[in-house]
Design a protein around this ligand. Structure first.
Ligand code: C2E
Ligand code: MG
Ligand code: MG
Length: 750
């Protein structure tokens, strides 16, 4: 977009600068702005009056409202009965005003606003130059010196236009500044001109960045001078005003070295960057004292304003470059990618072709980042960028959209058959091992591919499609590519619907608990219950937890849901325990990783216990192995705090994760729940039976109780009992029951 904006600004400049007078330039400006920004209407207000319009009659515009738009206080405007998204830029200088554009389509982007501001500045300066010419023309007509003056003004205009072109073409800043000092000296027919800028890290020092007409020995002394002693230039900067000295040698503010150089008269004017004084432009003569007349002052002012324009523009370019490139990988940023995409669509439409894009997401970036550290993570991203670039043709563009997300734009392609090989090459390239600061790592990526004909479609749509396809590639097992299909949209939409439903469910409390008894295997006595959540969906009926917990975890909604489960389970268990004689029942509650990340979880648990009156020793919190394996540094602390309340911890689905043993020792666990998959085979597969017995013995050795999950038949029960498994649960004893049925099971009516 940087180059595109520059091109548009150059076009604007040459069109506006070519006009013979103010009104013609104003009209050209609105025309040009409409075209460059894809707007339908444009209005230029100067000194409170509508100066030019496009797309709307001048009498339907209220100038005051436009000033509000230019000040950024309005972005929507009704003009001639139509609502427009609008943006504007203020014109300063001698004829203040505003340039506003509007369109019925999409809102204006930050880049549009930037471009419009550049146009307003160019217009302001051009009008100013034209104004000088015009007033001079008028004056000249009066005093009959028409020919001479006009010629001089024409020269000024030509000079300024040349400088503006340099700025718009992004010539090196030094070249522009040199053109300004040389131009000012030449036009004013003076021998000396210099530009001093305040130093960034010490604004009390001015350094001369460009000059003409200083003898080398003077120049060396003047290169850097503290501002308060900088004579005329210092005064101009400190007072932010034009300073004129007509007889330098006899002036109290003269600098001795400069007097010795026989400078006779000087004039200095401050230069600004975004409105603040950053230095000054000084001109002078060695020929003799000189009176500085109005035209001379105006010429100097015009050159000073061009310094400001050049500086502001250079900083804008710097800022734009920063905004448009990812500093880590050097790839294009999302903003630049989107702009290129829009351009690709425009070109493809003309050529009757299409555009393709790939959405690339690393598969295990978080793991690398967490286990090898951020430096390694950064290195991986840089290497990934390099590998992706190697897979592209010269017309293609890669970008880093953020995090571990990359994108590739393939402009002007006829179909998917051109995009798929690129996806394959990237997948292949990513499978090679990475050297991350001496450590070898294997990473893969998932790629979404989408292609669209240009006509009637846009970049935004294509991005969404490629993203959906990537999401699908992840779901299909990662390290692969998927091509976008419209059906993915439907699946995604269904997911969104589900999310909306789930939000509503949280607000309306559409959840219920089921309780499954946990039984002492030798005696058959019920010693505890596991609370299992259900979603009572108003249209879809009961939804089991595995169908909505993952989404609840992804969206964070598991936090309120889980808290409700905890409080409700404690409350119900306490009530049942009140009616029970003998040993109190314990209640087990499942807990997600997301809940453990909440800093206040220990307090929530404590409050659920105290509100319900359930003793902490009767509460068991079930955690999955994966939670412990991928744990955060804070997890252990959280668990210890919860344990210190007296609550017990269980590992759920034990045996399905990895490196279980290490975690058993590291975390303060009390109970192992043997996963149903082991129990399933315990009766008929000898190896499974051996494994299960092994887990039970391990539990005993570590003084942990063991609960076998999913016991469905008598044979499994007897194997487990023989193996000394202490507790069990499963359909063999009871399915998860609602509170009424559970109440009846616990307290059979006699
Ligand atoms: P889990 O904690 O391992 O719970 C045991 C699951 O096995 C339950 O499924 C239970 O109904 C089922 N089950 C018990 N005995 C048998 C059996 O003999 N045969 C068979 N085929 N299945 C049996 P459910 O209720 O569908 O829950 C599934 C998972 O959802 C739970 O697995 C747990 O991880 C999660 N979950 C349930 N409630 C909550 C909750 O409140 N919070 C969180 N974070 N997760 C929950
Ligand atoms: Mg469980
Ligand atoms: Mg389980």
């Amino acid at each position: 977009m940087g180059m595109l904006a520059t091109q548009q600004l150059t076009d604007f400049l040459s069109v506006v600068a070519d006009r013979p007078d103010g009104p013609a330039a104003q009209h050209a400006a609105v025309e040009c702005a409409v075209r460059a920004l894809g707007a339908e209407v444009a209005v230029l207000v100067i000194e409170g009056h509508v100066a030019a319009t496009i797309g709307v009659p001048a009498d339907q515009v209220r100038p005051a409202v436009l000033t509000e738009v230019a000040a950024g206080r309005r972005s929507l405007l009704h003009l001639g009965g139509t609502a427009y998204a609008v943006t504007g830029a203020a014109l300063g200088g001698q004829a203040p005003g505003a340039l506003v554009v509007g369109r019925t389509g999409a809102d204006f982007t930050d880049e549009d606003v930037c471009l419009l501001r550049g146009m307003a500045l160019v217009l302001e300066l051009s009008l100013q130059a034209l104004h000088v010419i015009e007033s001079e023309r008028r004056q000249a007509r009066e005093n009959g010196r028409l020919a001479d003056s006009l010629q001089e003004r024409q020269r000024l205009f030509e000079h300024l236009t040349r400088i503006q072109r340099l700025i718009a073409r992004r010539a090196p800043l030094q070249q522009i500044l040199d053109a300004i000092t040389a131009g000012a000296a030449e036009l004013l027919d003076l021998e000396m001109a210099s530009l001093n800028l305040l130093e960034k890290d010490d604004p009390s020092v001015g350094s001369m960045v460009s000059s003409v007409g200083f003898a080398p020995e003077v120049l060396a002394k003047m290169k850097r001078i503290p501002l308060p002693s900088a004579g005329v230039a210092g005064l101009a900067v400190l007072g932010d005003e034009l300073i004129m000295v007509e007889d330098y040698a006899n002036s109290p503010i003269a600098i001795p070295e400069v007097v010795r150089s026989r400078l006779k008269a000087v004039m200095a004017i401050p230069v600004h960057e975004n409105g603040t004084v950053v230095g000054c432009l000084t001109v002078g003569t060695y020929t003799g004292p000189r009176e500085w007349d109005k035209p001379a002052q105006e010429i100097l002012r015009a050159f000073a304003e061009h310094v400001s324009l050049a500086l502001t523009d250079a900083r804008t370019l710097e800022a734009m470059n920063e905004a448009f490139h990812d500093s880590l990988t050097g790839l294009a940023s999302r903003a630049l990618f989107q702009a290129r995409m829009d351009r690709a669509f425009a070109t493809a439409e003309q050529e009757d072709a299409g555009v393709a894009m790939l959405f690339v997401d690393l598969d295990r970036f978080k793991v690398v980042n967490d286990s090898l550290g951020h430096a390694a993570g950064d290195k991986l991203l840089v290497l990934t960028a390099e590998r992706i670039k190697k897979c592209l043709r010269s017309a293609d563009m890669a970008a880093r959209l953020g995090g571990d997300e990359f994108a590739v734009l393939l402009p002007l392609v006829q179909g998917l058959e051109e995009a798929v090989p690129v996806a394959r090459r990237i997948l292949e390239a990513m499978r090679e091992p990475f050297d991350l600061n001496g450590k070898e790592a294997f990473i893969s990526c998932s790629v979404g591919v989408a292609h669209s004909v240009a006509r009637g479609h846009d970049g935004q749509e294509l991005m969404v499609s490629a993203d959906l396809a990537m999401y699908q590639a992840k779901k299909q097992g990662k390290d692969r590519y998927e091509i976008f299909e419209p059906a993915m949209q439907a699946v995604f939409q269904a997911g969104l619907q589900m999310e909306a439903d789930l939000r509503r469910a949280v607000v309306r409390h559409e959840f219920e608990l089921r309780y499954q008894p946990i039984v002492h295997l030798k005696t058959g006595e019920i010693t505890g219950l596991e609370a299992l959540v259900r979603w009572q969906h108003p249209e879809r009926g009961i939804i089991p937890p595995l169908d909505f917990i993952p989404l609840a975890e992804e969206t964070g909604m598991i936090v309120p849901i889980g808290e409700w489960v905890l409080r409700e389970a404690c409350r119900q268990a306490a009530r049942w325990n009140e009616r029970r004689d003998g040993k109190p029942l314990s209640v087990s509650v499942n807990m997600s990783a997301v809940q453990l990340e909440q800093a206040d979880l220990p307090e929530v648990v404590a409050s659920a216990l105290s509100n319900s009156g359930l003793p902490a020793t009767s509460l068991v919190i079930e955690l999955t192995e994966s939670l412990l394996v991928d744990h955060r540094p804070s997890t252990l602390r959280q668990l210890e705090q919860i344990k210190s309340l007296g609550v017990r911890l269980a590992i759920d689905d034990f045996g399905t994760g990895y490196s279980s043993l290490a975690y058993l020792r590291r975390f303060p666990i009390d109970i192992i729940k043997i996963d149903k998959s082991f129990v399933d085979d315990v009766g008929d597969v000898p190896a499974a039976a051996a494994l299960t017995l092994g887990i039970i013995q391990l539990g005993q050795a570590l003084h942990l109780s063991t609960i076998a999950e999913g016991i469905e038949d008598a044979e499994q029960l007897s194997e487990l009992t023989d193996g000394n498994c202490e507790l069990g649960q499963g359909y063999y004893f009871a399915e998860p029951l609602n509170d009424v049925d559970m109440g009846e099971l616990l307290f059979p009516p006699s």
